[in-house]
Design a protein around this ligand. Structure first.
Ligand SMILES: [Zn+2]
Length: 172
């Protein structure tokens, strides 16, 4: 991808020093992905505004943000963010989270190649599925699956290899 684990580890160290989550833009400049602007949140979350989806230099291709709280991997909010990016037509979109586990920096990234149309199609099918499940169970609303239909749509996109995930661990 072009972004070194060392750079993500350094971002995590700075985030730990200030005690807040930090998000940084990933910008593609001359075929290379580099860190762009940053924004700082609180200990438990960092909000990325729409203005954050544009790089000063190069093409906006994603974000990296830190997790300081004990939650590992990506949070439901992070998956929601990925869904938003796909709907906004940002393709490819890379979303990485870096956190510390057993003293080591760990990174998990999701990369999406899905278009807004792909997402819309999966959402329609998920809603249809949920409707069938609800009818079958005699539920009106409120099953876990219907609360997170976007998550189901992302799983469907990953089955079609339009969203893929990878994890890296720093050995120090
Ligand atoms: Zn997060």
């Amino acid at each position: 991808m072009g972004i070194s684990l060392e750079k993500m580890g350094a971002l995590l160290k700075r985030s730990e020093a200030v005690g807040n989550e930090i998000a940084v833009q990933l910008c593609k400049v001359d075929d290379e992905v580099v860190f762009g602007r940053e924004c700082e949140g609180t200990y438990t979350r960092v909000v990325m505004l729409k203005t954050f989806f544009k790089c000063e230099k190069g093409k906006f291709v994603g974000t990296v943000h830190t997790h300081l709280h004990p939650l590992k991997y990506l949070s439901p909010d992070d998956f929601g963010h990925l869904a938003t990016m796909i709907k906004e037509g940002i393709k490819p979109y890379i979303e990485c989270v870096v956190w510390r586990e057993d003293g080591k920096a760990e990174v998990m990234c999701l990369e999406s190649q899905a278009t807004p149309e792909d997402f819309k199609k999966e959402m329609e099918e998920v809603k249809e599925d949920n409707r069938k499940i609800e009818i079958a169970k005699g539920l009106s609303r409120g099953s876990v699956r219907s609360v997170f239909p976007e998550f189901d749509a992302l799983i469907r996109l990953s089955n079609k290899k339009l969203v893929r995930a990878w994890k890296i661990t720093k050995g120090e």
